[in-house]
Design a protein around this ligand. Structure first.
Ligand code: ZN
Length: 213
């Protein structure tokens, strides 16, 4: 099936488990909705869409990705599985990667919405050449490393206007900056420069360092 090939290349799948906030014991079922505790999110997600970034000096792609996968409070309560935290304990959700694609997109959310309308976050995130997501897997026994191969950046003070340019790794160890019909040879260092040519990185494409099947 072509879909199997597509999924292996592009689809990120992650599972959700629940645990008690008090004692951190796993919750195995929800008697009201009859959910089992492990739920796999199978909707096709071409990597991570709209990863929120913070205006901090040490903000990196990895930090933003880790926050995207952070545990969340669920808006329901559940009997504590250990019986320690009361009959109505707070349920937490934990997300972990179950199937990692060969090509991972990380889209940085550079738009902030507030009462005055949307505005662009001009803060430049530090872009890692190698992104290590090993610890975000359900089974972290196999390393999960990605190498940056493409960066699309946005130029301009507002997302409603402006211009986009791209940095790519070509075949072999060759790097290019692409701006409309102008292609310029670049160094490896250019891939992780942010901003580069006055543009902020917004869409990053990483390729798995595992040998392809
Ligand atoms: Zn508990």
């Amino acid at each position: 099936m072509w879909t199997d090939g597509y999924n292996a290349l592009f689809r990120l799948e992650y599972g959700e488990t629940w645990y008690c906030k008090g004692c951190r014991k796993l919750i195995f079922s929800d008697p009201i909705n009859n959910f089992v505790n492990t739920k796999t999110h199978t909707e096709p997600e071409f990597g991570f869409p709209a990863v929120g970034i913070r205006r901090e000096k040490e903000e990196t792609v990895r930090r933003a990705t880790v926050r995207k996968m952070a545990d969340e409070c669920r808006m329901t309560r559940h009997a504590c599985p250990a019986g320690k935290c009361g009959s109505s304990a707070t349920v937490m959700r934990r997300y972990r990667i179950e199937a990692a694609p060969e090509y991972l997109r990380v889209a940085l959310g550079l738009v902030r919405y507030h009462s005055g309308g949307p505005s662009k976050i001009m803060h430049s995130v530090k872009v890692e050449r190698i992104l290590d997501l090993t610890d975000l897997q359900r089974d972290p026994s196999t390393p999960l490393h990605y190498r940056l191969i493409c960066v699309t950046s946005h130029q301009g003070p507002s997302f409603e206007t402006g211009h986009r340019i791209t940095a790519v790794q070509g075949p072999g160890q060759k790097y290019y900056a692409i701006n409309d019909d102008i292609v310029r040879k670049e160094t490896e260092h250019y891939m992780t420069m942010n901003p580069h040519d006055g543009s902020e990185a917004t869409i990053l494409i990483y390729k798995s360092t595992r040998p392809s099947k």
